[in-house]
Design a protein around this ligand. Structure first.
Ligand SMILES: [Zn+2]
Length: 272
């Protein structure tokens, strides 16, 4: 699975705790293709001497804000991990491709078994995320804004929710869960959904994301946070990955269909 908003938020909070205020003393890139920009040597040279001011999230990216105004954006994709190892820890983390030695002797490693994850160093003010969608937990994501977003959109609502240029950070797990909570059929064309149902879905999106962040994300696969701990939201999932199990609301068996080439779990009994 690709970490979605709650998992990336949890990772960013853990990293903020571990590296904020520390200075990058050394950078070693052993697999250049994980660095999108600037090219390897420049990337390493540019980062040395930078201090990490804070660590946050934009969509599914972890974003390190640096003292110079530059930012380091990391997309973990399937198996990427950002791991902080304490001073004196000598064993390298498995599948590490980029290592940053920090001023206190600790080490921040980017590891990725399948090597789909990517890092990018952004100049100050780089509008790299300008085409990214609204953050669903931000003040800008109002119920009214969401109601209008669906006007004229003929795409299935499930597919719409996954479009990162509309809403940032929602992936397969939270699209399935929010649609179940709102009682909406995932294949329904977005523009055909009634206004009251759109408002229910808006509330459900925020609710499911907040509850998952509280549980430190969902670990259905190999997701762990910055401290290497699994999340807990997999125990609260109503439909995702629960083919054949009874719907927690109506008792009918959960089904799995494919919408927009993505597996979709839902309940025929109470999602109309
Ligand atoms: Zn049901």
């Amino acid at each position: 699975m690709v970490p979605e908003l709650p998992e990336v938020e949890t990772i960013a909070r853990g990293l903020a705790h571990a590296v904020a205020g520390k200075t990058i003393a050394t950078v070693t890139v052993t697999l250049p293709r994980v660095v999108v920009a600037p090219p390897g040597e420049t990337f390493a040279t540019a980062l040395v001497g930078e201090t990490v001011v804070s660590v946050g999230r934009r969509g599914k990216y972890v974003v390190f804000a640096l003292a110079s105004g530059r930012r380091l954006a990391v997309h973990l994709r399937m198996t990427g991990r950002l791991v902080v190892q304490a001073p004196g820890y000598v064993e390298p983390y498995p599948h590490t491709h980029v290592v940053m030695g920090l001023s206190d002797g600790s080490r921040l490693s980017f590891a990725d078994a399948r090597t789909f994850g990517r890092m990018r160093l952004l100049a100050a003010g780089d509008p790299w995320d300008a085409d990214g969608g609204v953050e669903p937990l931000s003040e800008g994501f109002t119920s009214d804004a969401f109601v209008s977003m669906l006007d004229g959109r003929r795409t299935p609502i499930k597919t719409f929710l996954l479009d990162q240029t509309r809403i940032a950070g929602i992936g397969n797990i939270y699209a399935c869960e929010a649609l179940w909570e709102a009682g909406i059929r995932p294949s329904r064309p977005a523009h055909k959904i009634s206004k009251p149902a759109r408002r229910r879905l808006h509330g459900a999106i925020r609710n499911v994301l907040h509850r998952s962040i509280e549980a430190r994300g969902t670990s259905v696969d190999d997701y762990v946070d910055a401290e290497g701990l699994k999340g807990g939201f997999q125990n609260q999932l109503a439909v995702y990955g629960r083919l054949g199990e009874p719907c927690p609301r109506c008792g009918k068996p959960i089904v799995r269909t494919v919408i927009g080439q993505r597996g979709t779990w839902w309940c025929r009994g109470c999602q109309q």
